[in-house]
Design a protein around this ligand. Structure first.
Ligand code: SF4
Length: 475
């Protein structure tokens, strides 16, 4: 996996979108060129990476298994009914006889540090001394002895960490949304809290339901996994006359099927975010009334849309009605102020610097890293830093000529067209492309790293001279 990931990152670096931030995602590249072409590029990059295979030492981290001598408190559960539910939904017997895995449900995975310290102390007392983070923003404790379960429950409960319903419908996954991400359009965490509250109150049995998962993202980028949820939402806004209100796109039918295959959810309808609890109520009630005994949610969803493609749209459309909105519909969940759309630079999107001078300064940093890696004997890293220095230098000159720079490969080709072919600048080799991309065809040896580094130093000197000359002529 690790060498493969490295080659994929290199391919995305070179071919991925850099300018339009909403498209700076691997999925757009794969969609644009096709999976086969993408994998050919990955294959072509394999030679240039240092580690062709990487063996993970599974023994490197020791698993401590609590011995029988540990004395656990023998008190009764502090809340017997909750304890029963917790045992049913959060605890499972491990393959290793006599030991139990315990899942901890944590609202959106947010744990304050003081709670984390107390939690760590509890884990050391009752379980193996390591914690796994689960994909649905919870925790997994391992090797808990049967006689330790009550004490563990009581102590977790005191910290608010013994809620039953791990990985159930009431265990929502969401990205940070407007809390911290500048790309978010509406609050994914605010609505998650409201939905969990509503379901616990109105549908308490949902803590046992692992058939329906709800996942929410603050925008369409899907960090909250909304496309692989039975019920998914992603943030958006709706214009109503001169006003804008926070909204959610509702999706249905995604997730892991009982046979282990995966489904991508379908978009159904856009709703004011304040109407989303009603939408969930309606969907749950409909499922309750019309699903066959034990029918998986996605099977029920597909059965309904096979009979009438607009089945869910028609049911939910009245909630999208804008003529009946009140003032409260313009205030997002978890907020008190009126909603305004403000999308900035996201925490997970590529940032592009446009100023030529800044780019030329950046090449200095990159070159320094390339030299430092070379001196340390990290030749593959040095080669890659030299490569990014080439790209950055070429981008600086292209930007100075107002030529758009979206991808590394585009920069390489445009540089050949606008500088090399016109004789404005000469480089070693037939073309800038052949000079820069030969690093993919070479083993990352010291000899090659040295030559490549010398070539980029030479190239940068030419870039600076060209820029200085231009500034002299044009000011
Ligand atoms: S970019 Fe990702 S983290 Fe940010 S709001 Fe969108 S989905 Fe959430």
């Amino acid at each position: 996996m690790i060498p493969l990931i490295e080659t994929v990152i290199r391919v995305f670096d070179r071919h991925g979108e850099r300018s339009k931030r909403h498209k700076a995602r691997l999925k757009y590249l794969v969609n644009g060129i096709g999976f086969e072409a993408f994998m050919n590029l990955v294959e072509g990059e394999k030679k240039a990476i240092k580690c062709k295979s990487f063996i993970v030492d599974r023994e490197a981290v020791e698993t401590t298994i609590p011995g029988p001598e540990r004395a656990y408190p023998t008190t009764a559960p502090s809340d017997p009914q909750k304890y029963e539910n917790w045992l049913k939904t959060n605890v499972f017997e491990q393959k290793q006889k006599g030991f139990y895995g315990v899942n901890v449900k944590q609202f959106l995975g947010d744990m304050p540090t003081d709670t984390a310290r107390e939690f760590a102390a509890i884990v050391q007392k009752y379980a193996s001394d390591d914690i796994r983070i689960t994909v649905n923003q919870g925790w997994l404790l391992k090797f808990v002895r049967k006689e330790a379960l009550t004490g563990l429950f009581n102590e977790l409960d005191k910290l608010g960490l013994a809620d039953p319903g791990f990985d159930s419908t009431v265990d929502i996954t969401a990205c940070p949304g407007t809390d911290t991400c500048n790309l978010a359009i509406s609050s994914s965490t605010g609505i998650s809290g409201e939905l969990e509250r509503m379901m616990k109150e109105e549908f308490p049995d949902l803590i046992f339901n692992k058939n329906i998962k709800i996942k929410i993202s603050g925008c369409m980028n899907a960090c909250g996994q909304h496309t692989i949820a039975n019920i998914g939402f992603h943030g958006m806004s709706i214009k109503n006359g001169n006003y804008v209100l926070p909204a959610m796109q509702l999706l249905l039918g995604g997730g892991i099927e009982p046979d282990g295959s995966g489904s991508i959810a379908d978009k159904i309808v856009k709703l004011p975010t304040k109407k989303c609890p009603d939408a969930v109520r309606l969907i749950l009630a409909d499922y309750d009334e019309f699903a066959f005994e034990g029918e998986y949610f996605n099977d029920y969803y597909r059965r309904q849309i096979a009979a009438d493609k607009t089945y869910f749209y028609k049911k939910l459309k009245p909630l999208a009605e804008l003529s009946t909105l009140t003032e409260l519909d313009y205030i997002d969940w978890g907020h008190t102020e009126k909603y305004v759309t403000e999308v900035g630079v996201g925490e997970c999107a590529g940032v592009m610097l446009d100023l030529v001078g800044t780019l030329i300064n950046e090449t200095e940093d990159k070159l320094k890293w390339a030299k430092r890696a070379y001196d340390k004997g990290a030749f593959a890293d040095s080669i890659y830093q030299s490569y990014t220095t080439f790209i950055c230098g070429a981008k600086a000159l292209l930007t100075s000529e107002n030529i758009n720079c979206n991808t590394h490969i585009g920069i390489i080709k445009d540089f050949d067209t606008h500088f090399i072919a016109k004789g404005a600048l000469q480089v070693n080799g037939a073309s800038f492309e052949s000079l820069v991309l030969k690093m993919s065809e070479q083993e990352p040896t010291q000899e090659f790293a040295k030559v490549y580094l010398e070539e980029v130093v030479d190239f940068l000197a030419k870039v600076r001279a060209y820029r200085a000359q231009k500034l002299l002529v044009n000011g």
